[in-house]
Design a protein around this ligand. Structure first.
Ligand code: LLP
Length: 395
């Protein structure tokens, strides 16, 4: 049996659009958003653009009523263009430029600052109506060390002590509406972690409220909701997580979430053609420039033979790309069926942090992106050409 995506044969898509090819199933994105809304009816959900910022997908997500989580001026502009309500959105930047701050001020997005020094810098340009600060509670989580964003030796957020000074400064400057933010990791599949995070942020918010006599309109748990990539991983039971969180949630503030991966990861696949077979090295036309996660974090992505899903896994193969780096390897010693030149492989769970982290290294033009919707397919980004590589250079 051939692989289908969104009611269409993956092989036929590669014939129409060529490879490498990113394909996304619209129905899966809608299902994920619905799951989030049903599990957290009491929360405000802002999609983290960094996971995938294709404009067509952003418009789709904005139409579902989600806010946006933006990390710089350009992401704010993308969110605006896609139709997100920026007044219901968040700006969380770790090291913003002046331009980022000015743009965020203009949009009215909730400004979530990473340090007190940034608040002082912001004051040169104006004061927002409300402000939030990002706390590093001293612990972190995350599937790989590279995506743990809380704890010792990470650059994100500030200590509780410093955050207290920041709220004091904001109050003295005349700000009356406050939020508080904590995100310490990405791709987390343990429900208890999110409970710990909420307990921790609520207890800090409670202390600050009393000591500084301020009220928090928003508490923000950031992103981090994981999805399974590996066969033995158990998906989050979002409904149960929503209930567990609700039990702890003291409802004194609006709860905010900033999922990126959860919304888009499982909707996407990267389709690639086998060009070269050399011993147990299977050379495909996608590379680390299209999906860097295996090279960067050692991430596992399931890979299937799109031509025949039932073929027995009799081989142990290295699936490698065409880039001149030894890390350009999608899978090492992976049990796979017998593979022939011209076969199509589908690298799965590639909707988040795949295209978004792509590059043109090695003269690699970015592939097309196609959206599937119940048997229909639509090109949502054209394959790049050499013009995209050189258009800003002096010829
Ligand atoms: N909010 C903030 C402030 C963030 O920094 C992030 C992600 C998110 C929300 C969304 O997190 P998510 O729900 O997607 O876990 N490139 C890595 C992931 C890095 C995440 C960075 N921050 C990967 O491919 O796994």
């Amino acid at each position: 049996m051939e692989l289908q995506i969104g009611g269409v044969s993956a092989i036929s898509l590669t014939k129409t659009y060529g490879t490498p090819l990113y394909v996304y199933d619209k129905q899966i994105i809608l299902k994920k958003i619905q799951e989030l809304k049903e599990a957290f009816p009491y929360a405000r959900i802002c999609y983290a653009l960094k996971a995938n910022s294709n404009i067509y997908l952003l418009k789709l997500i904005a139409q579902q009523g989600l806010g946006a989580d933006c990390s710089n001026k350009i992401e704010l502009e993308l969110a605006e263009y896609a139709g997100f309500n920026l007044k219901e959105s968040i700006f969380t930047a770790v090291n913003p430029s002046d331009e980022d701050l000015v743009k965020a001020l203009q949009t009215g997005a909730m400004m979530n600052l990473d340090d007190l020094s940034i608040f002082y810098r912001l004051q040169k340009f104006g004061l927002p109506k409300k402000i939030s600060f990002r706390i590093n509670p001293g612990f972190g989580a995350g599937k790989f060390p590279g995506i743990v964003v809380g704890g010792k030796d990470v650059k994100f957020g500030m200590s509780e002590e410093r955050a207290k000074q920041a709220y004091c400064a904001a109050k003295e400057a005349g700000i009356q509406e406050f939020g508080i933010h904590m995100m310490t990791g990405s791709c987390v599949l343990e429900e208890s972690y999110f409970e710990e995070l909420l307990k921790s942020i609520q207890s800090i918010a409670e202390n600050f409220s009393q000591e500084l006599n301020i009220h928090f309109e928003h508490i923000n748990l950031g992103g981090g909701l994981g999805v399974p990539y590996e066969p033995e991983e158990v998906p989050l039971n979002l409904k149960r997580l929503g209930e567990r969180i609700q039990k702890i949630y003291n409802t004194k503030s609006i709860l905010m979430l900033e999922p990126g991966r959860y919304v888009v990861a499982e909707s996407g696949m990267l389709l690639t053609t086998v060009n070269t077979i050399k011993n147990n090295f299977i050379g495909v036309d996608a590379g680390m420039t299209n999906l860097i996660r295996p090279a960067l974090y050692g991430a596992y992505h399931s890979i299937v033979l799109a031509n025949d899903l039932q073929a027995p896994k009799t081989e142990s193969l290295m699936i490698v790309g065409p880039v001149c780096e030894s890390t350009d390897c999608f899978a090492k010693d992976r049990p796979m069926p017998k593979i022939k030149e011209g076969n199509i492989l589908a690298i799965q769970v590639a909707g988040a942090y795949s295209f978004a982290m792509s590059s043109q290294y090695n003269g690699r033009l970015r592939p097309s992106e196609v959206l599937l919707d119940n048997g229909l397919h639509k090109l949502i980004r054209k394959r790049e050409t050499i013009i995209d590589l050189i258009q800003y250079e002096q010829l």
